[in-house]
Structures are given as structure tokens and as C-alpha cells.
Design a protein around this ligand. Structure first.
Ligand SMILES: [Zn+2]
Length: 264
């Protein structure tokens, strides 16, 4: 059945126009929700209206970042029969008190007559999952892809650029027709968008390698050389991104660090 977009009504600097959650209708009025939002009253009201008296069976959460998981307790209060499932990330999950049940790579979740196959797609966060609906060749992509924008890789919070790029490549191998992301519009040309994402990261990596070659050795110096003129408020995020690239280069054997100084 066609998913129903339910905006989480949480616009902001880190969420853009706010998160997308998706309600997938099942059988006999039951339904499954992808991502929990943050518990905004309007989101809960929209959810109740879309259910129309039917039962919320499960909430499948793509990852433990606040804008995807924080609404779980409010949804649980309104829909006590619902189960809440995600890949465990204990330190983060403990903030959102619901009886989380584990969901992981290869699991299959029945939604009405349809099946969602669970893909572990780490990189943006260690627990990140995507949900593959083969019948419609649709992937619910969480924070793997945002059209027209770049996805944050917070190295200091479990992000891993190498894993992220491998997760994107994995999406392409499924040959999806449509991506339903947690931010921004539906993506109807996944191959183009995801290939563009990978290319953007490779170009950024070349810039980091060039900065190392030029003798720049700290995350700050490399960031300032690449993101010349960036608004100061955005610098911490840019530094996280550069750090993620450096850590990937380290894993690839192309950079080393000692006492915060990086060399090739
Ligand atoms: Zn996220």
C-alpha cells in the first residue's frame, strides 16, 4: 500500500523543513509508522487522523538521532499496543523510554500483504537502518540521502565516512526506483542522486588530500582552507566533516595522525 507522508512538524537549522515520517497502511485498518518524529502535538494529531480509528501496529525507527526517535514515548502513550523497533544503540536509545525491540540486518517485517526487508546501513550513525520494500522497489532511506543537501557525518558521535559510502553503494545495487528520505522531497531518480553524492564525497576527499600534501596538518587548518568564507556558525559541522574524511583516509592507509597533527 502507498505510504502516507506525515511531517513531524519540527523545522529547524538541523532538520530543514522538518522530518518526514511515513505511515504504511496494513490490514484491517492497522498501520506501521517509519520514524517517530519528536512528539509534536500536530504530528500526533495527524497520525491519529490518518489511522482513522485503526491500530498502530509498529514504529520502525531508522536511527537514534533525536529528530527520528524522540517522539517514541509520546506515540507510545497514545498508542499503547504499538511496538517500537530499531537497531540497538544503547547510550542513545536510553534517552527515549519505550520498550525498544531489536531490528537488524536481514530481518523481515510484515506490513499488511507486504514485506519490508531491513538493511543495516551504518555511516551517518552506527545504528542506521534503511527499509527495502521490494514490491514497489522503494527504500525508506532515513538520513542516508537528502536531495539538494549533504548528509552530516559526525565522526565524534559514531559517524564513519567509509561505512557511509559503502551504504550508499549498497543502495544502488538494489536498483531502487524511489527513495523516501527522512528530510526533503521524494527521490525519483535514485541512481543519479546517489551517484552524485558519492562523487561529491570523492571530490571532497581529493581536497583533503591536497591540503595534506600542501602541509596543512590540523583539522582546523584543513577545514579553513577548504571551506574558505564559511559562516562561523557552520564551522564546527565542517570540521566534523573534515575529521570524517581524515579518519577514512587513515583506515585506507593514506593518512596518519599524531597528537592532533595529520600527515600523509
Ligand atoms: Zn540523523
Amino acid at each position: 500500500m502507498e505510504p502516507i507522508l506525515l511531517p513531524a512538524h519540527n523545522p529547524g537549522p538541523m532538520t530543514g523543513s522538518g522530518n518526514n515520517t511515513y505511515l504504511i497502511p496494513g490490514r484491517h485498518g492497522s498501520a506501521t509508522l517509519i520514524d517517530a518524529g519528536v512528539g509534536e502535538p500536530q504530528h500526533l494529531a495527524d497520525l491519529a487522523a490518518a489511522l482513522g480509528g485503526g491500530r498502530l501496529e509498529a514504529v520502525l525507527v531508522t536511527h537514534g538521532h533525536r529528530d527520528h526517535a524522540a517522539g517514541a514515548p509520546a506515540i507510545a502513550a497514545a498508542h499503547p499496543a504499538a511496538s517500537f523497533r530499531k537497531r540497538p544503540w544503547p547510550d542513545e536509545d536510553a534517552q527515549y523510554v519505550v520498550p525498544w525491540r531489536s531490528l537488524d540486518e536481514g530481518d523481515q517485517v510484515q506490513v499488511g500483504d507486504d514485506v519490508l526487508t531491513i538493511l543495516h546501513t551504518p555511516g551517518h550513525s552506527p545504528d542506521h537502518l534503511a527499509f527495502w520494500q521490494e514490491s514497489t522497489r522503494t527504500i525508506f532511506t532515513g538520513d542516508l540521502v537528502v536531495q539538494g543537501s549533504s548528509v552530516m557525518i559526525h565522526w565524534s558521535r559514531g559517524g564513519d565516512l567509509g561505512q557511509y559510502m559503502a551504504s550508499l553503494e549498497r543502495l544502488l545495487t538494489l536498483n531502487p526506483l524511489r527513495l523516501l528520505p527522512a528530510h526533503g522531497p521524494v527521490i525519483d531518480d535514485p541512481q543519479t542522486i546517489v551517484a552524485g553524492y558519492l562523487e561529491h564525497r570523492r571530490q571532497r576527499e581529493q581536497q583533503v588530500v591536497a591540503a595534506l600534501s600542501a602541509g596543512l596538518a590540523t583539522v582546523q587548518a584543513i577545514t579553513e582552507s577548504i571551506y574558505d568564507g564559511l559562516a562561523p556558525a557552520l564551522m564546527p559541522a565542517a570540521q566534523e566533516n573534515v575529521r570524517a574524511h581524515l579518519e577514512k583516509l587513515k583506515v585506507d592507509g593514506r593518512a596518519t595522525d599524531q597528537d592532533g597533527r595529520w600527515t600523509q
